[in-house]
Design a protein. Structure first.
Length: 131
């Protein structure tokens, strides 16, 4: 899994804005910092699914040394590493070990939500990775 560095900025009269120096044209926003970061991950995935291959991400140090980003630093922006991967569109079997009562609770919850155990666990993992 790769991480892309997001530059996050906020003017006093606006929402949080997000852009990616390594992915020109990919941007996002949110009313709160948490929402902006969550939306940034979705923006990366949407951009990747609808464009050319994604560029190789640079490190935070390389981003901070970029003269164009230097202007943003002067404006009081902050940075966030946004995890990124695209679905492989294939499934693999995995053997997991956990407490029997926890597995039973997972199965009950998944069934109540109309999901399979695998689908439920995958949705929880995505939430934990991207939020």
């Amino acid at each position: 899994m790769r991480h892309y560095i997001a530059v996050i900025h906020k003017d006093s009269d606006s929402s949080y804005g997000v852009h990616f120096p390594d992915v020109p044209g990919c941007f996002s926003a949110g009313d709160t910092l948490d929402e902006a970061i969550r939306n940034a991950g979705e923006a990366l995935r949407f951009f990747a699914e609808n464009s050319e291959p994604m560029p190789v991400p640079r490190s935070l140090e390389e981003i901070r040394a970029d003269p164009q980003v230097g202007q943003d630093i002067g404006l009081g922006c902050t940075f966030a590493a946004i995890p990124f991967f695209l679905d492989a569109h294939r499934t693999v079997r995995a053997n997991l070990t956990m407490d029997a009562a926890l597995l039973e609770a997972i199965d009950v919850t998944a069934k109540a939500r109309g999901q399979t155990r695998s689908g439920f666990l995958a949705s929880i993992a995505r939430k934990e990775i991207f939020e």
